[in-house]
Write a protein that binds this ligand. Structure first.
Ligand code: URA
Length: 441
């Protein structure tokens, strides 16, 4: 078999065989295929697409390119949740203890963030003492004992994905549905969960900017998961404005804790309720969606979810007193209110621009080597649909890097679009994709 022939076949819009796809993934991850030939194949896939069968074979080959974790020593149906990413997305920090309090074993491997804000691991590390380093034994023991552990994704998982993603990033081949679906699902499948709930974001701050693309991506991933015998559900949720009000690592953890106390912003609370209910359904703990919602709300109002969060933090070396004393996170040196220049209704808050503004302040990484400022970020005081008068506070910026402030402020102000007419309220959840089909709301 020759990589040249595989490239030519895809260039000529022919279907690749399982063996050809496995050959490419295996040889590329071992360094036997050079980047220029891998780039040519990725571009041919990008332009001429892969069908469902090819995408499934690609996912399987990528999953098998590294370690496949065995979580069978953990009792119960392990459910993983994945978000395709967005601005202000601190969902895992609220959702993991919430569903663990309902009895779902959460054995989560998370990543760091590149881009607007940190990933779940970066956010959790803003809790003093919290460690994401754990032996496999402690990870399994923790989930069996307290139902929850979150650790860093090991470098040995889906080795091919790391190389392919880095190459896609610099060859304009990221936003292809088959390549994204295979990249996400190979890691989820290798991480050992029995069921997977996917939060597929749509809109300005998401990978998928249109609803049609988002449904297509969700359908593709659900089909892959189902074919691999994992109960998989995709939820399409809005990412046109940032999720909740906090953007930035420690600020997002504080908002996630507030949500566990029942005081989170409405959009964030609703998303946690929806995702949580589907996680309970896929773990078979809830009989149906309504039963899931009821159990989620019980865990919140009884305080069990908050207690589970404290237990989880303490188990990983963190200081659980942060729940009652936010000053333990450490505050940024500068906290500045950003005022509106206009009177009117907030028509739009461009999620991506808010994310970039937070990144400029130090909340996110532009390159892998960048150091995060965990206390930096933005609190939105006005959300879409709110009325503001000139001089009202739109947002509060937290930062230490004074020299970045003017640039970040300009970006944040430009992200707010204020109009005379109040816009129609937008949906938070656009639909659900399961193995039985698509329901659009
Ligand atoms: N997230 C991933 O892990 N891979 C992609 O290709 C896109 C988003």
């Amino acid at each position: 078999m020759r990589i040249y022939d595989i490239i030519r076949k895809k260039r000529d819009k022919e279907e690749l065989t399982k063996e050809e796809i496995e050959f490419f993934v295996d040889r590329y991850s071992k360094g036997d295929i050079p980047d220029y030939q891998a780039s040519a194949l990725l571009m041919a896939i990008y332009l001429n697409k892969m069908n469902k069968q090819e995408t499934a074979w690609l996912t399987e080959a990528m999953m098998n390119s590294g370690e496949v974790i065995d979580l069978s020593a953990i009792n119960g149906v392990k459910v993983d949740k994945h978000s395709t990413g967005g601005v202000g997305d601190k969902t895992t920090i609220t959702l993991a203890p919430l569903v663990a309090a309902c009895g779902v074993p959460i054995a989560k491997m998370s990543g760091r963030g590149l881009g607007q804000t940190g990933g779940t691991l970066d956010k959790l590390e803003s809790i003093p003492g919290f460690s994401i380093e754990m032996t496999a034994e402690k990870f399994i023991e923790s989930v069996n004992n307290i139902k929850i552990a979150v650790c860093g994704q090991t470098a040995s998982i889906a080795v091919a994905d790391k190389k392919m993603y880095a190459l896609r990033d610099v060859t304009a081949t990221v936003d292809n549905i088959s390549l994204i679906a295979a990249s996400i699902m190979c890691k989820k499948l290798a991480s050992g969960a029995d069921a997977i709930v996917l939060d597929v974001k749509t809109g300005d701050g998401a990978f998928m900017k249109t609803l049609d693309q988002s449904f297509e991506l969700a359908k593709e991933m659900v089909e892959i998961g189902t074919a691999m015998d994992r109960e998989t559900i995709g939820i399409i949720s809005d990412m046109d404005e940032p999720l909740g009000c906090a953007v930035g690592n420690a600020l997002e953890v504080i908002e996630a804790i507030e949500a566990l106390k029942g005081n989170g912003p409405t959009d964030f609370m609703n998303l946690c309720e929806t995702l949580g209910a589907y996680m309970l359904v896929s773990s078979k703990i809830a009989t149906d969606y309504e039963d899931g919602v009821r159990r989620i709300n019980e865990a919140l109002t009884s305080g069990e979810a908050l207690e589970k969060f404290k237990e989880f933090v303490a188990n990983q070396g963190g200081d659980p007193r942060v729940v009652d004393d936010y000053s333990l996170f450490g505050e940024a040196n500068h906290i500045v209110e950003i005022k509106s220049d206009k009177t009117g209704f907030i028509d739009k808050i461009e999620a991506e621009a808010v994310g970039v503004s937070a990144m400029v302040l130090g909340a996110g990484r532009e390159t892998k080597e960048d150091e995060l400022d965990l206390s930096a970020g933005i609190i939105l005081k006005k959300k879409v649909g709110d009325f503001v008068k000139e001089g009202d506070t739109l947002a509060i910026m937290h930062f230490n890097r004074e020299e970045k402030f003017e640039d970040a402020k300009r970006r944040l102000k430009n992200a707010y679009i204020i109009t005379e007419e109040k816009a129609e309220p937008k949906k938070l959840i656009y639909g659900v994709v399961t193995k039985d089909g698509i329901s659009k709301f």
